[in-house]
Design a protein around this ligand. Sequence first.
Ligand code: URP
Ligand code: ZN
Ligand code: ZN
Length: 463
Amino acid sequence: MRTLIANGTIVTAADTTPADVLIEGEAVTLIGRDLAKVAGKVDRTIDAKGRYLLPGGIDVHTHLDMPFGGSTSADDFESGTVAAACGGTTTVVDFAIQPQGGTLAEGLAQWHQKAEGKAAIDYGFHMIVRQVTAATLAEMDRLVKHEGVTSFKLFTAYPGVFMVDDASIFKALQKTGENGGLICMHAENGGVIDVLVAQALAAGHTEPRWHGLTRPARLEAEATNRVIALAEVAHVPVYIVHLSASEALLEVREARDRGVAAFAETCPQYLFLSHENYEEPGFEGAKYVMSPPLRPKGNERGLWQGLRQDDLQLVATDHCPFCMKDQKELGRNDFSKIPNGAPGLETRMSLLWDGGVRQKQLSLQRFVQLVSAAPAKMFGLYPKKGTIAVGSDADIVVFDPEKKQTLSAKSLHMKVDYNPYEGRTVQGVPETVLSRGEVVYEGGRYVGKKGRGRFLRRAAREE
Ligand code: URP
Ligand code: ZN
Ligand code: ZN
């Protein structure tokens, strides 16, 4: 299959260039002006006049088909990756989970089973580690060297579910010093949060807003400081996931200013929503129950500054949707029983374009860096993914910067019965999306095949 995308403007993390793109098979083979004159016979020409050509989005933080909080996240690998494609994301890196008392290999096999035959776009896996034993540490080597799983998530939160102690975190960090993996940290002080939650419930506070009130920013900052200190002593990089509080960002910035290899992502919900959402009437605040929680209005200003200054390296979604009906409802009488998480996979690109590029918070280059190039580089996918260049996978978003879309659960493709941004209008949406040279989204519909997505073996860090 030979496809010519003509008359568009290519945006990468480095440049903005008016140029045509020739795709042969799955890869980009030629970039230049007036390629119709030299390309020979093509099967399809896409006219991209007035459109930007962006490298496909890469979302490195998703939870598809994930058992959590007494429920399972509402999007599986089919619905989640279809929604991703419709929103301009052509790669996801999802979190496989070590079963309680089981091995990393078992967790990985489970996740391959969940994805195979279902994924509509390419995907990779991180591995959540919940017990750090000598055997687990040996398995980490195997995952990095032989399985293409080169990053691991550990938690200082969710005692009894995912939380591990500092010694375990330290051992896992040291292991990545040997094998080139990367430790991703959920940084909140879970032990103290559990005390605050018990005290709030004992005082009769059961409403969703108490989720936010029992997870103070200071406890995110404390845990962020702690895990960075552990990484510093282990002499390895560390990556903080879903950073929400500007207090936590200060810890990352301070470390980076001292030359420590501390990295962090934030998510659209922390840029566009706030603690005020928990105050919505009735049980509506449950829509926004996620961890870390939404922060008070004004907090987002620090995050935007962090994104501009590279104290925050990228934007992922932490997509972990639970329906209001039957799922969030589990916590109607007790906020601590509301499954933690919210949908975001399909709306990341447009929200960040609209609130970032259009509001002059981000340049075109920085936008592409945050949603595609930096995720690819951080997690061992570059330059196959994350750019538009000769030899790269033809994962390309033909993006219409003028078109508006009003976000609504009814028209979005995520399999969840609400949207946190319901009724919000964004300007700037994907028009056509290609994944490895195949058009998978056009005319407002997913047009690819389920199961066409491929597992991506990611590279380890090079020293
Ligand atoms: O509330 C959240 N973030 N749910 C997903 C699990 C996690 O901690 O990332
Ligand atoms: Zn987390
Ligand atoms: Zn998460």
